[in-house]
Design a protein around this ligand. Structure first.
Ligand SMILES: C[S@@+](CC[C@H](N)C(=O)[O-])C[C@H]1O[C@@H](n2cnc3c(N)ncnc32)[C@H](O)[C@@H]1O
Length: 290
């Protein structure tokens, strides 16, 4: 599966589209996922020596970076098992683990069918994972619950507001034939905290052991507006039910123009002096105890 989770297998790709690689993803998310992971990890008491932590759907390692940034004791005193189904992302993850001398191991494993024993982990972190999984991630939550030790803590988060989805959907609406399916439809339900609570309950956590807070997350990109719009449209524009349309190639610049104009309208949007952008996201952060 490509890293941008397309719904379609239509092979057509406009010539202008940048390949949706984990590297492009890293450039696109800038510090957003790390900032979200840091805010998420900061909701729980400090992680102590002997902790065994699962970074579930680890991608290129934002969650693990936040975990190690949060601990003041020796990083060697904890261990992290990171899992994902994308080998390319796991390779990047391993490179970062080696570079930063982290006791972290990256394994190819499906979140919905974990190969870990029951009650393995003291902590589990699913940083922006549930909404990319089938069945709203309920199977993965069940597996998280199963592999957590008694009193263990699971952290989950979802987006309540992202500044970059309505620009994409607006560009799709204005440059594609009427009725063409929009990319990333079906994410709206995740804007409600109640949906996350329901998924966690269906996954086995008891309601009184789930706490959800809404948190503002700011991201600062290193790239300017034009490059950001091009990365965004390339990464997400073709992920809807019909994939890319042949007309997207002719309409490429027009679509980018719409993305640029809509991004500028976002609350808190700022073009920074150094050329980067400041973007405002809002997340639901859940702490669930077994
Ligand atoms: C939005 S990214 C988040 C990555 C990372 N947690 C972060 O904070 O940057 C979602 C990740 O889930 C992974 N993924 C998708 N389906 C999965 C599955 N069934 N099991 C494990 N990982 C999966 C993708 O490969 C991707 O790395």
């Amino acid at each position: 599966m490509a890293f941008n989770m397309p719904e379609s297998t239509n092979p057509f790709v406009p010539k202008q589209a940048l390949a949706p690689t984990p590297q492009l993803y890293d450039e696109l998310i800038a510090d957003c996922m790390i900032n979200l992971a840091k805010v998420t990890v900061s909701q729980i008491p400090p992680i102590t020596s002997g902790s065994v932590i699962h970074d579930n759907g680890c991608g290129t390692g934002a969650g693990t970076t936040a975990i190690f940034a949060s601990i003041s004791n020796s990083p060697a005193a904890i261990s992290v098992k990171a899992t994902d189904i994308n080998d390319h992302a796991l390779e990047i993850y391993r490179g970062k683990a080696i570079k930063n001398n982290r006791p972290a191991e990256a394994i190819n494993m499906n979140s919905s069918e974990l190969m870990f024993e029951d009650e393995t982990f003291t902590h589990s972190l699913s940083n922006t994972l549930l909404f990319v999984l089938p069945n709203d991630g309920i199977d993965a939550v069940k597996e998280t619950y199963r592999t957590l030790k008694p009193n263990g803590i699971a952290l989950f988060n979802t987006w309540s507001h992202v500044p970059n989805m309505s620009p994409i959907q607006r560009a799709a609406t204005l440059t594609r034939p009427p009725g063409a399916p929009l990319p990333r439809q079906g994410l709206e339900k995740w804007t409600q905290a109640s949906h996350l609570t329901s998924v966690l309950e269906q996954g086995g956590f008891e309601k009184e052991n789930i706490e959800i807070k809404q948190k503002e997350i700011w991201a600062t990109t290193t790239v300017g507006l034009e490059r950001y719009a091009s990365m965004l449209w390339s990464f997400i524009g073709g992920t809807g039910e019909s994939g890319w349309l042949e007309s997207d190639e002719q309409n490429w610049d027009r679509a980018l123009g719409v993305v640029v104009e809509e991004l500028k309208k976002g609350e808190g949007f700022e073009e920074l002096d150094g050329g980067g952008l400041r973007l405002r996201f809002v997340a639901h952060v859940a702490v669930a105890r077994k």
